[in-house]
Design a binder for this molecule. Structure first.
Ligand code: TXA
Ligand code: MG
Length: 319
């Protein structure tokens, strides 16, 4: 089997309705979608990605009214956030209803949901009429795809169809927020919606301090090694003083002087713009990986706004 790449939304909806797997574009990254309420279809996602079953999936819906069918209780804070940020790169973790298969939530009592802000994802959700479970469409632990070609490179022979919606606008995954019925929300993963914007709506948000105890319970997918290219990545304060610079590929959020000395260079944004840097991040990591450099050196962004999401992905790429 080698998946066809197409722009035919009706064909993709038909595959999903018959229990198949479709890669779909979203504003963040490409997702690997299946009918969220069909455990056999969902099981195929884990198989195609080599994803461990303890890592739960995000359920995508077309509109907020579909939440009632999936979620047992919608706290006020969640309603406010949904109104303000959906469709968009924000995932809310809420108490689940029994109809949501345990496979989707890895046995947790909560389900992660979001409405993607991409016309093709919206069209597919509406045409199929289904809630769609979709993790990022990459092999487990590897760099997330931001184009249909990226998906094909890793998954073409493991899935049914790739729906092409062009390059993803945001380029990093959604922000994941656990919203309990009582108490403060907790940030589980920084992403395309800045923490500051969320706090402006619901007040102070806890930031998950990862420990061996709370990761399995609260955020089982937040393994530290992730987003990893094959070439080892090292985080540095500065690119000056790297030994044998020609052997290094460098990844910088903004401009770098004297780039000719390095083996390969990826400047994420010449203007040092964080939104542009996020949109380029994963494609840049993939390109560096292909140049044959021995190592990749990267510098972090200021830890604010989208910089948090970019830094999180770089730290995890750096294992
Ligand atoms: O932007 C995105 O979020 C993309 C697009 C396709 O929507 N999806 C994505 O999915 O990044 P994935 O599977 O690569 O990351 C989802 C993460 C999981 O690793 C897991 O940690 C967390 O979401 N998650 C899912 N359900 C959860 C739950 N019930 N409780 C806590 N964390 C959950
Ligand atoms: Mg992922």
């Amino acid at each position: 089997m080698s998946a066809r790449t197409t722009t035919d939304v009706a064909a993709a909806a038909a595959v999903l309705k018959s229990g198949g797997l479709v890669a779909l574009p979203t504003e963040t990254v490409y997702g690997l979608a299946a009918h969220a309420l069909d455990p056999l279809a969902v099981a195929k996602i884990f198989e195609a990605k080599n994803r461990p079953h303890f890592d739960p999936l995000i359920v995508h819906v077309a509109e907020a009214s579909q939440l009632d069918g999936l979620v047992a209780k919608i706290p006020n804070a969640a309603r406010l956030l949904a109104e303000k940020f959906w469709p968009g790169p924000l995932t809310l973790v809420l108490p689940k209803r029994d109809v949501v298969p345990d496979l989707v939530t890895a046995g947790l009592p909560s389900v992660a949901v979001r409405i993607p802000d991409h016309p093709v994802a919206q069209a597919l959700l509406r045409e199929s009429g289904l809630p769609l479970a979709a993790p990022s469409a990459n092999l487990f632990g590897r760099v997330s795809p931001t184009t249909a070609e990226h998906v094909a490179e890793q998954l073409a022979d493991r899935i049914d169809l790739i729906l092409d919606g062009g390059p993803c606008r945001v380029g990093v995954e959604s922000t994941i927020l656990h919203v309990p019925v009582h108490g403060r929300p907790t940030l589980l993963r920084p992403g395309g919606t800045p923490l500051e914007a969320l706090e402006a709506v619901v007040g102070p948000i806890e930031i998950l301090q990862k420990t061996a105890d709370n990761i399995p319970q609260l955020a089982p997918g937040m393994l530290s090694s992730h987003y990893a290219p094959r070439t080892p990545v090292l985080l540095v304060e500065s690119f000056d003083g790297l030994p044998e610079p020609a052997e290094w590929g460098i990844l910088s959020p903004g401009p770098v002087p004297d780039v000719g000395r390095f083996g390969a260079v990826e400047i994420l944004s010449e203007r040092g713009d964080l939104a542009a840097a996020a949109a380029n991040l994963f494609a840049a990591l993939r390109r560096l990986d292909r140049t044959g450099v021995r190592r990749i050196a990267a510098t972090l962004c200021p830890e604010a706004g989208l910089g948090r999401a970019i830094n999180d992905r770089l730290r995890r790429a750096a294992r």
